[in-house]
Design a protein around this ligand. Structure first.
Ligand code: AMP
Ligand code: MG
Length: 509
């Protein structure tokens, strides 16, 4: 199949055709009861320039580079029918009412012949769901979303994707640390792509407003198009469908734990019904292994969304999804089966994950202790998670000397404890860990916070070379790529320790 322009793709709008929507088009932010969406056009921007482009995503869609006017929202083509989705959500544990796509506008769905994918612009202006904000996005957060979604994809982690990033030629005012220091920043728009952007909160909003008819319509729609092997016309069918969502959510979070990814804002409106990593905001990657770390300054005191609590938050969020489906159940107590299933499923994925990280053939009873001891020693002194596991993947004797590079201060390494643990592990794997497996579970390169920041610093000076280099590097995160080692297989540099954007991120994006 030859490559095409956006206009010659097969465009659909199933969501608009089959779920109830707003009678008005666009308009000011407001409550829009009893609907799943509002039609709204992107706000035109002065000067769209294509800056980043994902060849892999483009290939999947069958499209060639260009169309910066469309992907910047300057031009609405007649084959599109743009809309913003309505949803609600629990934010930091509290029901927040109607949220919705405040700064995302779906252009439509594309039938590639093998699958149907939704294309959505993030940052292209006000929608009925923008509440008090401007619907725009800044360059720094757009670079972070573009690079991280593509990096996650190449790590083999379920995620929404990015097709393009366009700068708008317009300044956006932001108060990065919410301390009253407002400043203009360059604006940008990412075109992101997924099976759909339906979230847990998409269902919740209808249940919370007792609109069970729309709830039923949305469930029917979602199952028909996205879970076609399920039949949700009775309790058994609903439970089976919900278990599938549990499994995909648990798998996604187990992957996050494997690579040291912290989402940062696991509100129920940021939980994809497909178990995709979605809504890249103040996310971060562990540098030193610290389960209590969260990159999100808004969450700095309660640390609800810290690294080590993500599986538990996944369960809490999933329980909110179950509640939202309860009006459709005959026997709602049966939803506990699904919640149990989430825990079992997470345990299963977590065990497989650890077996892979440690090169075990299979996770056996007794291995929990090995893992608990490992994660406890990892926290004794500042130890780089990515480097530690990567070097562990090519160890040839159980001696911590070969892992020294993972430590911030080699003088403080708890040598005896480590050698002790390494011997236990060595014994467990009969001196022969499955190194091939380990290298596919322990990436050599991830999008460390300071790496993304270097890309942003350069891009703010109109130099996209660092962003492009990282995009290329992170296409093969499990390969040695020795040429890049000195530059990118590195612990966090000192300048990044307390820098905004590296150790501290906010939702202001
Ligand atoms: P988040 O937790 O960042 O995914 O966003 C929470 C809610 O705020 C969602 O409904 C977003 O659409 C909305 N939102 C975030 N940033 C903006 C913005 N700049 N303009 C309008 N709405 C926004
Ligand atoms: Mg969100």
């Amino acid at each position: 199949m030859g490559k095409k322009s956006l206009s010659s793709l097969q465009w659909l709008s199933r969501f608009l055709d089959e779920t109830p929507g707003d009678e008005n088009i666009g308009g000011i932010p407001r409550q829009v009861p009893s609907v799943c969406w509002s039609r709204v056009n992107p706000t035109p921007i002065p000067n769209p320039i294509m800056r980043l482009w994902s060849n892999e995503m483009a290939d999947e869609l069958g499209v060639y580079e260009g169309d910066e006017e469309i992907l910047g929202g300057k031009k609405v083509a007649d084959f599109m029918d743009p809309y913003a989705q309505r949803y609600g959500g629990h934010q930091f544990g509290n029901w927040a009412g109607q949220l919705g796509d405040g700064r995302a506008i779906t252009l439509g769905e594309v039938d590639t012949g093998t699958k149907i994918l939704e294309l959505q612009l993030k940052g292209s202006g006000v929608t009925p769901y923008s509440r008090f904000a401007d619907g725009k996005a800044v360059l720094r957060s757009s670079i972070r979303e573009f690079l991280c979604s593509e990096a996650m994809h190449h790590l083999g982690i379920p995620t929404t994707r990015a097709l393009s990033m366009v700068t708008t030629g317009e300044e956006v005012i932001r108060d990065i640390m919410y301390d009253g220091r407002k400043a203009p920043e360059p604006g940008a728009i990412v075109c992101r792509v997924a099976e759909s952007f339906i979230r847990f909160g998409s269902f919740q909003i209808h249940t919370m407003t007792r609109d069970y008819e729309t709830l039923q319509t949305l469930v029917d729609y979602t199952v028909k198009h996205h879970f076609p092997n399920f039949h949700t016309n009775n309790d058994d069918g609903l439970i089976e469908w919900l278990k599938k969502i549990a499994d995909e959510t648990a798998l996604m979070i187990a992957h996050w734990m494997r690579v040291g990814f912290v989402h940062g804002v696991m509100n129920t409106d940021n939980m994809s019904i497909h178990g995709l990593t979605i809504d890249y905001g103040p996310y971060g990657w562990l540098e030193d292994f610290d389960p209590n770390w969260t990159p999100n300054t808004t969450d700095a005191t309660s640390k609800r969304y810290r690294f080590g609590q993500q599986a538990q938050i996944g369960a809490w969020n999933y329980a909110r999804l179950l509640e939202s489906i309860s009006p459709l159940m005959e026997e709602e107590e049966r939803l506990y089966e699904a919640l149990e299933f989430y825990y079992d499923s997470y345990e299963k994925h977590n065990n497989v994950m650890w077996a892979n990280k440690l090169g075990l053939e299979k996770f056996k009873s007794g291995d929990e202790e090995l893992v608990i001891e490992l994660t406890s020693i990892l926290q004794k002194v500042e130890t780089d998670m990515t480097i530690f596991f990567r070097l562990l993947s090519s160890l040839n004797e159980p001696n911590i000397n070969q892992l020294k590079f993972a430590f911030y201060n080699e003088d403080t390494i708890p040598v005896d404890e480590w050698n002790n643990w390494l011997k236990k592990w060595w014994h467990r794997v009969n001196g022969n860990p499955d190194k091939g497996k380990m290298k596919l579970a322990n990436p050599k390169y991830v999008l460390r916070n300071w790496m993304a920041q270097l890309a942003i610093d350069a891009a703010e000076k109109e130099d996209y070379s660092v962003a492009i280099e990282l995009y290329e590097l992170l296409k093969n995160p499990y390969d040695e790529q020795s040429d890049f080692e000195v530059k990118w297989f590195q612990k966090r540099p000192e300048w990044a320790r307390n820098r905004v954007g590296c150790s501290m991120l906010s939702c202001s994006s």
